[in-house]
Design a protein around this ligand. Structure first.
Ligand code: SF4
Ligand code: SF4
Length: 272
């Protein structure tokens, strides 16, 4: 089975214990205004513009039927009307334009991940499926996690929690650790800043805890949005009431995401 992947990152140190290979999958049902990986939100491949590679030949301006490119001493890219025809990528002589994702099989990923098994074994690391929301591609994740587990790899799922309960239950037997995002306990704020309510997320979190799965909560710390004292206290109280032993990691905002929006020809969802 094939999945849509934006990146495979070897020697990752922040997506679970030890040295890991992190696979970033495409597609996410949430639209968090501070999204750090905007290239993973859409399910379909998108055009990525790498300004540093651009030689200013303007072939993209001439070839794009939707006028997504313009010239103002440098290329300006606006993907709002893009129909993903790929003509700009085909015509760019400098590899300044590329697709944001590629279709890979679970075997392709296993072949890549297994190269670092020695480092996983020495450091307690393994394979992490991230995104986007990796479980949006549940069939692919299930197949991949099952194969990786049969090879003795430690599996971590980095999830928004906004997934059908059935998807979570399906993959659970092959998962050693869930990195589980909780952004708000307040339903209204969750809807406002992520585009969806949080009932499903909080319910899935409670399910994992009830089944004694290993979970680390991740709270993105976004100035003026999630970092308000009442929000952080409510999240802490919610988690500790369910299981006081659960670890909470606070994840700082990474301003590098602003560059990613430019590469995608999009505007940032909110001023952060
Ligand atoms: S893929 Fe999008 S940006 Fe590229 S030529 Fe086609 S419409 Fe234009
Ligand atoms: S075709 Fe490629 S190299 Fe030429 S101006 Fe467009 S992005 Fe830059």
């Amino acid at each position: 089975m094939n999945g849509f992947i934006t990146k495979i990152q070897r020697f990752s140190l922040h997506d679970g214990p030890g040295i890991r290979t992190t696979v970033f999958l495409k597609g996410c049902p949430l639209t968090c205004v501070w999204c750090q990986n905007p290239e993973t939100i859409a399910e379909c491949p998108e055009v990525l513009f790498l300004n540093a590679h651009c030689i200013g030949c303007r072939k993209c301006v001439k070839s794009c039927p939707k006028k997504c490119f313009s010239w103002d001493n440098q290329i300006k890219f606006n993907s709002v009307n893009c129909n993903r025809c790929g003509l700009c990528i085909d015509n760019c002589p400098a590899e300044a334009l590329n697709w944001s994702s590629h279709e890979l099989s679970s075997d392709d990923i296993i072949r890549e991940a297994i190269k670092d098994k020695l480092y996983y074994d020495l450091s307690g690391g393994g394979l992490t499926l991230s995104g986007g929301e990796p479980l949006a591609q549940i069939g692919f994740c299930y197949e991949l996690a099952k194969k990786a587990k049969s090879l003795g790899l430690h599996i971590t799922i980095d999830t928004s929690g906004y997934v059908p309960r059935a998807a979570l239950e399906k993959i659970m037997p092959f998962v050693d650790l869930f990195l589980f995002d909780i952004k708000f306990v307040d339903r209204r704020l969750h809807q406002k800043y992520t585009g969806q309510p949080n009932d499903l997320i909080l319910g899935n979190f409670q399910l994992l805890c009830k089944l004694k799965k290993l979970v680390i909560v991740r709270v993105p710390v976004i100035t003026g949005i999630t970092d308000r004292q009442d929000n952080l206290f409510r999240i802490n109280d919610f988690i500790k009431q369910i299981d006081p032993a659960i670890k909470i990691d606070y994840i700082p905002f990474n301003a590098l995401m602003l560059e990613k929006y430019k590469m995608l020809g999009k505007t940032v969802l909110a001023k952060i």
